[in-house]
Design a protein around this ligand. Structure first.
Ligand SMILES: *Cc1c(COP(=O)(O)O)cnc(C)c1O
Length: 501
């Protein structure tokens, strides 16, 4: 299996795509031929999450042997990295609604599912490509990716990681998670500004020739842990497959019975993995793309026009505050039926005008698989309150957005009786201020004090990663102007070079 670019006929091996992330023409890598309808319940029944992941991965990472893939999967998904031995447990809310809990990893966000495995894929690819340099992962984060990447790469030989987060753009709990990060090969810094500042300044450092030459001369190669890397995207297919197997095992649906999924969406990686699972044979009927007030995708699925020229909002669900979804280009490749010239033109339109449009036929076709919906912060908080009071189940704000979109469809009778699964992307305890507000508990300054209040009424145990966090020492207090990111990177390159000697 090779991977090709969405914008040209450039074609590379999986190991090359893993190591380099982005195609040379600026496009994203997709499988040269997609493995369609290769999965069935009969073949998957009784398999563990790890076994299912091994089956999924065997279709994409053909550069590794069965044994190599299995070893990586065993190292990524086990009882030290996940707090539930099912890895992704299914919670039944009602006969027609289940919740797939993707938040039982080390950082309590669904990003752990990809970022627990990605470092193994990357270091194995590095070996295959005979790359001798030390890798330095550079990441700008709006919260969850940074922490999950730090945990994934912590003390992994041959790699180092540096994370920049916006000083005013992450939740208090997320900030503590990053400031207290452990590991010998990690560095974290806040920057003055918002996520877009962090992202665009980092991009400048990444593509700066002088900086790259300096790193190269010191034996360091820059890489990223972005959700556009095939090593992050394709492992996510496994949890859609395992969710399907659990639904049938639990009797929520019959084997081969279609079901819908609702996905809280930001960069479009999670929902795209669901689309790929469907292509591989999982009987997903509709993929419902849930957004907050930054509803550019809802509008696209309604009108066929993707228009970024609009106000950006900061919401209760920060990981979905995105106007340009980086994985959307891969979806467009399938909308265009593999016509890479068309994709390149759409991407050029987006870059030049902030806007692109598909044809009426293309819209009709893609709406057979995808629809969108959105809710604002007030509705999100009302949903958290309602689901807690009626079902005793506490939702995080991102998952609550998806639940709100489900409720609106349900009320309109649009689900036609199909079973629905909501993908739960974060543990509610990661967002104490919003939960307190939703449950009408008094606000406090200290996030741990708020957690105590929430725990007081829910009796839901504090997950160990948060329990441990409270008493850990702060290691990274730096908060720098964005202009200083370049020198911060160079100085970490020096540290890496000195440690290596
Ligand atoms: C990253 C994230 C999302 C968005 O996922 P995408 O794959 O970027 O669409 C949603 N919820 C949470 C909690 C996240 O961390």
């Amino acid at each position: 299996m090779n991977f090709r670019s969405t914008r040209s006929n450039e074609c590379v091996s999986p190991s090359f795509a893993l190591l380099h992330g982005l195609a040379q023409d600026g496009g994203l890598y997709v499988p040269e031929t997609f493995p369609e309808n290769v999965l069935s319940y009969a073949d998957l029944a009784g398999k563990s999450y790890q076994d299912i992941a091994a089956v999924v991965m065997s279709h994409f990472f053909t550069n590794f042997t069965d044994d190599e893939r299995k070893k990586m999967i065993a190292a990524a998904y086990n009882d030290t990295t996940f707090r539930d031995d099912r890895i992704v447990p299914l919670h039944s809310i009602d006969t027609d609604l289940s919740i797939s809990e993707l938040f039982h990893g080390r950082t309590l966000a669904f990003k752990d599912l990809a970022l627990s495995l990605f470092p193994y894929l990357l270091t194995a690819a590095k070996k295959q490509e005979q790359e001798e340099r030390e890798i330095l992962i550079l990441t700008a984060t709006s919260g969850d990716t940074g922490k999950a990447a730090l945990e994934g790469f912590k003390d992994v030989a041959g790699t180092n990681i540096m994370v920049f987060y916006p000083s005013e753009g992450v939740s208090p709990m997320q900030k503590q998670q990053m400031q207290k990060q452990e590991g010998k090969n990690v560095k974290v810094s806040a920057i003055h500004g918002n996520f877009d500042d962090a992202q665009s300044f980092l991009k400048r450092v990444f593509t700066n020739q002088e900086v790259n030459d300096y790193a190269n001369q010191k034996g360091v190669l820059f890489s990223s842990a972005n959700s556009i890397n095939i090593g992050r995207l394709f492992p996510q297919i496994a949890y859609y497959v395992s969710t399907y197997v659990s639904l049938v095992d639990d009797g929520a649906i019959a084997a081969d019975e279609p079901f819908d999924v609702v996905v809280p969406t930001g960069n479009f990686g999670n929902i795209l993995a669901g689309f790929f699972a469907k292509k591989m044979g999982v009987p997903i009927h509709q993929l419902i793309c849930a957004s907050n007030k930054n509803n550019v995708l809802t509008d696209f699925f309604e009108t066929g026009v993707y228009d970024m020229n609009r106000q950006f909002y900061t919401t209760d669900s920060p990981s979905m505050d995105i106007l340009l979804s980086s994985n959307f280009e891969r979806f467009l490749f399938y909308v265009a039926k593999g016509d890479c010239t068309k994709v390149a033109q759409w991407e050029k339109d987006l870059q030049d005008t902030g806007k692109m449009a598909v044809s009426a036929d293309e819209l009709a076709e893609l709406r057979r698989n995808f629809i969108g919906g959105w809710v604002d912060d007030d509705e999100t908080e009302a949903v958290i309150n309602h689901v807690y009071n009626d079902f005793g189940y506490l939702l995080d704000p991102h998952t609550a957005v998806a639940y709100g979109v489900f409720l609106n469809r349900h009320k309109q009778g649009l689900d036609q009786g199909r079973h629905t699964v909501i993908m739960a992307t974060a543990h509610p305890y990661k967002f104490p201020p919003t939960i307190c507000k939703a449950l009408a508990l008094p606000a406090q300054d200290d996030p741990f004090a708020m957690l105590e209040e929430i725990r007081g009424i829910t009796s839901m145990a504090l997950p160990k990663p948060l329990l441990d966090l409270k008493d850990k020492a702060v290691r990274f207090r730096d908060s720098i102007p964005k202009e200083d990111m370049k020198s911060a990177v160079l100085s970490f390159v020096d540290t890496i070079a000195a440690t290596k000697k």
